[in-house]
Design a protein around this ligand. Structure first.
Ligand SMILES: [Zn+2]
Length: 385
């Protein structure tokens, strides 16, 4: 049995368990055909139109795991009115864009299903058209070029505003996303106020999930798996365990990382009515992998993300009769508006030093789990057994 890092530090009395967070990219396409050779975007690679069953599949998986899945949405094909003609860099048809007809008959049903199940899908921003078009010529990807150089700032802002507009028009009861997933891992960080995170922060994004080594780094990340810029927390995603265009992928990979980054086609079947067979196989694999490797599914994605930060950055030191948890690094990189809380497994006799914060049972998340709510400015938490 593999033992996650935090469990191997020699403090059997306290464990900050890693969450297991599923992140699905490229949700929202109605066409499932990738057409880069026709100057069109890399879509899901599904090889058919997407439909209602592809959304119920995500919800089925989330329900089976009692968790909220992060779905990175691409929204250009939700534009039925031709709105995007005003932003020619956002689609392959540029100013000639008249709106998309694909999947038009499914949209209302999908909207009501997602609205009826708000707890299972966290709608994240992935992009409008995934790529970026100049004079009708596509290039990767929407917000940064191949080398991680940010697109023109005014264009970036217009793309994000347009994402917001499309989301509003969609009928989805979703607020503007708090999570951004860069398309094709093209991203940059480390240049502060001049950079991309500043723009995201102004739109209210709290988290970016990506692969640090694939991004253009103006400065090294503050920590190996977590960094922060302009109030936005960047979380290392890790490598996708199966190829992005592997339809009905067989789930078979080691559990070495709190984020499982997959793509929509991985969990769908070419015949929509058979999606559930694929989903049930994934659910079983993920549930048993989490159990055997000490990962926990959290009921909401934002709590899972802050738990990743505490799991990665809390320093635990033994003292006479207990432990001290140094949470100063975790606090310093968390988005300011996120409530500072995390979860640990503690012996039943555990008590917290009075002014450090509060402990509360969190069996609704996982049996025996305890919520730690640090006091507003506490950087050290003393736990006595
Ligand atoms: Zn993508």
């Amino acid at each position: 049995m593999a033992i996650p890092e935090s469990k191997s530090r020699g403090f059997e009395s306290i464990v900050i368990p890693p969450p297991l967070l599923l992140v699905i990219e490229d949700v929202g396409w109605w066409s499932g055909y990738s057409r880069p050779e026709m100057n069109q975007p890399f879509r899901s690679g599904m090889g058919r139109l997407h439909c209602v069953e592809d959304y119920t599949a995500i919800i089925r998986l989330a329900k089976a795991l009692k968790t909220q899945i992060v779905a990175g949405f691409v929204l250009c094909e939700w534009d039925r009115t031709g709105l995007l003609a005003d932003l020619p860099s956002s689609t392959w048809l540029g100013a000639q864009w008249k709106g998309c007809k694909d999947g038009i008959g499914f949209q209302d049903k999908v909207v009501s299903i997602l609205n009826e199940n708000p707890g299972y899908v966290n709608i994240a921003m992935h992009g409008i058209g995934h790529e970026y078009w100049v004079d009708g010529e596509a290039s990767r990807s929407e917000f940064h070029d191949e080398n991680g150089v940010m697109r023109d700032k005014e264009q970036v802002t217009r793309h994000i505003s347009m994402f917001e507009k499309l989301l509003l028009m969609s009928g989805l009861n979703a607020p503007f996303p708090q999570i951004f997933i860069p398309p094709a891992l093209k991203h940059s960080f480390g240049n502060g106020e001049q950079g991309f995170q500043k723009i995201l922060a102004d739109f209210g994004i709290d988290y970016v999930i990506t692969v640090f080594d694939k991004a253009k780094q103006f400065a090294r990340p503050m920590h190996k798996h977590v960094t922060e810029e302009c109030g936005v927390t960047l979380i290392e995603r890790g490598v996708a365990p199966v190829s992005w265009d592997s339809v009905s992928a067989k789930p078979e990979f080691p559990f070495t990382h709190p984020i499982v980054p997959i793509h929509w086609a991985n969990i769908l079947h070419p015949i929509p009515e058979q999606n559930e067979y694929v989903i049930d196989r994934w659910a079983e694999f993920l549930a048993s992998g989490a159990r055997l490797n000490g990962y926990i599914f959290f009921p909401d994605a934002l709590t899972a993300l802050s738990q990743i930060v505490f799991y990665r950055l809390t320093r635990i030191e033994a003292i006479n009769g207990g432990v001290v948890l140094d949470i100063s690094d975790a606090r310093s990189v968390l988005p300011k508006q996120i409530r500072c809380e995390f979860y640990a497994e503690l012996p039943p006799s555990a008590r917290i030093r009075e002014h450090d914060g509060k402990l509360a049972p969190a069996d609704h998340i996982h049996e025996g789990l305890i919520q730690l709510l640090p006091s507003p400015h506490a950087e050290e938490i003393h736990i006595f057994f």
